[in-house]
Design a protein around this ligand. Structure first.
Ligand code: PLP
Length: 448
């Protein structure tokens, strides 16, 4: 069977490998709209859009056609040494047209992790070029997910499941501050505004303790996704940005999940009023039909890189498949579809229904908090709603709920902090939103 061959030959990421040898894989063989089908012919709503990425669902023929056209015309050229292709040029131009100010240039890679890793390397290159070689430390938030490559993995390192067993951290250049979950980290009697002030103060004190001359950049997802869908309180990013500006610290907005409509605007930066120096994006950039990611930068940042590359002779970073013309053509077509089909407006139109059904879950005995914005949501499972006490982590209460939902034909993902992520394709209709939450409620009831 496919199951037996999978067990015999493959190694799976984020999987308990011994358990997998017993259970085998869920083999997905088809997809249509927001649904996927397994090899037994059972349909599921893809409630996490794959891994927060298949914005246009699983049967968008225009993307297939865009890939076919480009493959026939010119399947590959690279971007090293000034080489380029039409899809790359058009995609860069289009991205810069929609990017949040002050972004002006695009650099293409293949995954979110590569975009983050490249950002880190270029920030260090940038600080060296400015004659500030000691300004190298990077601050992220606890429960951040910024990919898993060796440098970027240090930003994600506060999530134990991504770092334990790998000897991270190895470099003393990374720091973490509290994640902006008022529900989980707000203190007894503290208002949301006081919580925001406390977190801003924590960031400032950290920068001062390290020495501002040693702090290069702050990385943040507008909404923290894989760490448990944490939506920042009002005013949080405003305060954070003021501090970063004061100490000449770059703001890197990791838009790998939020970018392209997820929060109801093109970018999470638009939703939360962030003016980033750098932006990383991936996933919904191509609706995940092919791997492609981008590192977008301000003109001020670019000018320093350009001077340094002239001094040193080259900008020494690049990947064979960075700016792959077929992936770029598919990404370009994805952005055109977002415009022609008014995908962002659609998200704005259906988000109230999504958020209303999401918030209704807070009346369920197992749900401590249900939070979201646009078409991204998360629920936090608790044992005691009054005290917010959690179940014993060994129980994996969230994974149990997710398993029950699967039986009801809904794919979701358990996340750290006993949370569950909900992030359907952006094309979801109001009716399908209702069906998704009906199945989620059934799963929660079964888990009681
Ligand atoms: N950044 C964020 C915010 C992510 O959510 C992810 C993946 O989920 C990444 C970076 C890493 O992207 P990839 O898995 O494509 O390397």
């Amino acid at each position: 069977s496919l199951q037996a061959r999978d067990i015999a030959y493959t190694v799976h990421p984020y999987t308990n490998l011994r358990q997998h040898e017993q259970q085998g894989p869920l083999v997905i063989t088809g997809g249509k709209g927001i649904y996927v089908t397994d090899d037994d012919g059972k349909d599921y709503i893809e409630g996490l859009a794959g891994l927060w990425c298949t914005s246009l669902g699983f049967s968008e023929k225009r993307l297939v056609e865009a890939a076919r056209r480009q493959m026939e015309r010119m399947p590959y050229t690279h971007t090293f040494a000034g080489r380029s292709s039409e899809p790359v040029i058009e995609l860069a131009e289009k991205l810069i047209g929609i990017a949040p100010a002050p972004i002006r240039k695009a650099y293409f890679v293949n995954s979110g992790s590569e975009a983050i890793d490249t950002a880190i390397k270029l920030i260090w290159y940038y600080q060296n070029a400015r004659g500030l070689p000691q300004k190298k430390k990077i601050i992220a938030r606890q429960r951040a997910y910024h990919g898993i490559t060796l440098a970027g993995g240090h930003l994600t390192a506060s999530l134990a499941y991504t770092s334990s067993g790998f000897d991270l951290p190895m470099m003393d250049r990374f720091r973490h501050v509290t994640a902006p979950s008022y529900y989980r980290y707000g203190l007894e009697g503290e208002s949301e505004a006081q919580f925001v002030d406390r977190l801003a103060d924590e960031l400032e004190q950290l920068i001062l303790a390290e020495g501002p001359e040693t702090v290069a950049a702050f990385f943040a997802e507008p909404v923290q996704g894989a760490g448990g869908v944490i939506v920042p309180p009002k005013g949080y990013f405003e305060k954070v940005q003021a501090i970063l500006k004061k100490y000449d610290v770059l703001f890197v907005a990791d838009e790998v999940i939020c970018g392209f409509g997820r929060t109801g605007n093109w970018w999470g930066c638009n939703t939360f009023d962030i003016a980033p120096d750098l932006v990383t994006c991936a996933k919904q950039l191509s609706s995940a039909y092919l791997p492609i990611a981008g590192l977008l930068m301000s003109d001020a940042f670019y000018q320093v890189l350009a001077d340094q590359s002239a001094n040193l002779g080259t900008l020494g970073v690049g990947y064979t498949y960075g700016g792959h013309p077929v992936a770029a053509a598919v990404a370009l077509e994805t952005l055109k579809i977002y415009e022609s089909d008014h995908t962002i407006e659609h998200v704005q139109a259906v988000a109230p229904r999504f958020l209303e059904r999401l918030r209704r879950l807070e009346s369920h005995p197992l749900v401590g908090e249900a939070r979201g914005v646009g078409l991204i949501g998360g629920i936090e499972i608790v044992k005691d709603k009054a005290t917010k006490e959690q179940f014993d982590q060994q129980l994996k209460a969230n994974a149990q709920v997710v398993a029950k939902c699967l039986a009801h034909g809904l794919i979701l993902r358990p996340l750290p902090g006993d949370t569950i992520g909900i992030c359907p394709p952006l094309i979801i209709s109001e009716q399908e939103i209702d069906l998704l939450f009906d199945r989620l409620e059934a799963g929660l009831d079964d888990a009681l």
